[in-house]
Design a protein around this ligand. Structure first.
Ligand SMILES: Nc1ncnc2c1ncn2[C@@H]1O[C@H](COP(=O)(O)OP(=O)(O)OP(=O)(O)O)[C@@H](O)[C@H]1O
Ligand SMILES: CCCC(=O)O
Length: 368
């Protein structure tokens, strides 16, 4: 007979934090956000080098909280920069581990999710999974063209939280996610604005590799001619430029912190530069939402603001002021990622869904 109660450890490494949870079936019995300040994580050359540090923090936290990990039935991690794949729950396998370690589509904190989940689970002889990784790709063909034939736009975004929150809001609206047209704005260490049309994310900015608004850590879109000049100035190696765009831009670049709460404090203390940067970030988010509304020809059922920055009342107000003419703005601060990871793992443990085998699921066709 199938086990009726499963205990899962879920692990969500973000750019500025590691979030963990213990779930008994759908019920969260423990959740913790372990924050990492930029000085702490910038001591590592590459994100993958943070593996030991983040794994130890997780195990120490569970130990301090009195959880016996031998009672776990599965470990589920957030999936990272793999090959483009359809959404769903995937078993962690050798090919996936290799792609996560090598950063097949680049470096990202979520690459650590599957690796740490596998490492902890294999010691306990239990399964490990990832769910809706950041490379979930449902872009419509017209959204794939960049304007430069050699460069195709990619779908890299906060898929797990965007989909989970979109489903939650749909339920609140007494509608099916598959019937709605939503703009979901995830605002964390990175910021992505997804156009959700009838359950598919048909367009989204690649917040990681230089599209959309700047964020606490990311550059977003930058003037490309100036970027080319910077790349060939002789002052930087390629990986230094990448780090500058991905981890040392936005708030970190202008103000030396990835923490919006600190920025708000600076503003209260009269720091005018902090005020301008904060205002500019809200302005750029609003502009991206405006662009997303054009993708939906202005027929938008709701705009959703989510992620850690959505706790910032003034930040939310600044965006809302500029976009409320498009549709109602619904604010879901934080994220639903831990719950969504647990639910994805449970569906497989309960045999409601087969775990997908990476990378054998249909991979998106090249358009041109
Ligand atoms: N109460 C709050 N008020 C304002 N900003 C907040 C608050 N709590 C967290 N934040 C900000 O949210 C940002 C982090 O958001 P979040 O935790 O969603 O990011 P992450 O999970 O590390 O990265 P990502 O979401 O990009 O994967 C930080 O800048 C943090 O300071
Ligand atoms: C999840 C990809 C986007 C980002 O981290 O900025």
């Amino acid at each position: 007979m199938a086990n009726s109660e499963y205990r899962l450890l879920v692990i969500n490494p973000g750019s500025t934090s590691t979030k963990i949870g213990i779930f008994d079936n759908e019920r969260g019995v423990f959740e913790k956000t372990i924050r990492h300040n930029s000085e702490e994580i910038n001591t590592y050359e590459n994100i993958i080098d943070q593996y030991e540090f983040r794994k130890n923090v997780i195990l120490e936290t569970l130990d301090q909280e009195g959880f016996n990990i031998s009672k776990l039935d599965a470990v589920v991690g957030r999936g990272g920069l793999l090959r483009p794949i359809v959404g769903g729950t995937y078993s962690v396998n050798d090919q996936m581990l290799e792609d996560l370690r090598n950063g097949f589509s680049g470096e990202h904190a979520s690459n650590l999710g599957g690796i740490i989940a596998f490492e902890i689970a294999s010691q306990l002889n239990i399964p490990s999974f990832i769910v809706d990784p950041v490379v979930v790709d449902e872009l419509q063909p017209v959204a794939r063209l960049s304007g430069v034939p050699e460069i195709e736009r990619k779908s890299i975004f906060h898929a797990l939280n965007q989909k989970a929150v979109a489903r939650r809001v749909s339920k609140q609206l007494n509608q099916r996610y598959e019937d709605l047209r939503l703009i979901v704005t995830h605002m964390g260490g990175g910021i992505t604005v997804g156009v959700h049309e009838n359950g598919r994310v048909i367009d989204v900015n690649n917040g990681l590799h230089g599209e959309g608004p700047f964020s606490p850590e990311r550059a977003g879109t930058v003037p490309v001619g100036d970027l080319v000049s910077m790349c060939f100035s002789g002052h930087y190696y390629a990986d230094e430029i990448m780090k500058k765009l991905v981890g040392q831009a936005g708030f970190v670049g202008y103000l030396g912190t990835n923490d919006a709460v600190k920025v708000e404090k600076m503003i209260k203390e009269g720091n005018e530069k902090a005020e301008l940067v904060y205002e500019a970030m809200a302005y750029q988010v609003a502009k991206e939402i405006g662009a997303a509304s054009a993708v939906l020809s202005g027929r938008v059922d709701a705009i959703i603001l989510t992620g850690g920055l959505a706790y910032g009342k003034e930040f939310v107000e600044k965006i809302t002021e500029r976009v409320k003419w498009i549709a109602d703005v619904i604010v879901h601060p934080g994220e639903n990622e831990l719950q969504a990871l647990a639910e994805g793992g449970l569906r497989v443990l309960r045999n409601e869904e087969d775990a997908k085998e990476y990378p054998n699921s249909p991979i998106v066709e090249k358009v041109i």
